[in-house]
Design a binder for this molecule. Sequence first.
Ligand code: FE2
Ligand code: FE2
Length: 244
Amino acid sequence: MAQLQEMAVASADQPLVPTLDYTSPAYKDAYSRINAIVIEGELEANRNYLTLAELLPDDAAELKKLAKMEFRHMKGFEACGKNLDVTPDKEFAVKFFEKLRVNFETAAEAKDVVTCLVIQALLIECFAIAAYNIYIPVADDFARKITEGVVKDEYLHRNYGEVWLKARFDDPQVKADMERANAANLPIVWEMFGQVNQDADTLAMEPDAIVEDFMIAYGEALGEIGFSSREVMKLAAQGLRAAA
Ligand SMILES: [Fe+2]
Ligand SMILES: [Fe+2]
């Protein structure tokens, strides 16, 4: 692991980027959970887009393409773990995603495409966008290259959801369903942030910056779909209120 020198970009007294030892037990321990979450998140995204392909037969070809991208992302992140000689803690990751997974599955069974898209294309994609953007500057060389490629795709995935929801935003039912899906699932995302705070910090991913990036990415998407700034704030506040 010869990537370390490069992390020490800094003046002696006040490092801009903390020096990271990717081989230290503390780094590897935190990485075993973060890496597992990322792998599991990509796998679930893969499954979710395949489910959406069934729910939206007209878009099946495109959605299957997105599913394939997610599977490729998963393989890339598995390689990142192996590169650092870390065994991902799958059990932790499966549990981490449980609530969102159950809510997605319940919505899919009810053919509630709006909720499925809010969970996968908006919340999960924005979570990924935020986490990957914050990770890139502090990642090891190998993982950085992979993550840079991945994050570009996640913007495309978010865009799929934006376009679909925007095209139907005139329908008051769609707007109401989005609000309901937000109220039910944003607090879960908040909880998830709380669970990885400490591990993210160990990897030099500033927890507050992840949340900020997430809110920017999610707010942008809601605005693009058609919510006013005030409505975006209201939706964001629902997450905070329930998490408090
Ligand atoms: Fe992905
Ligand atoms: Fe994605």
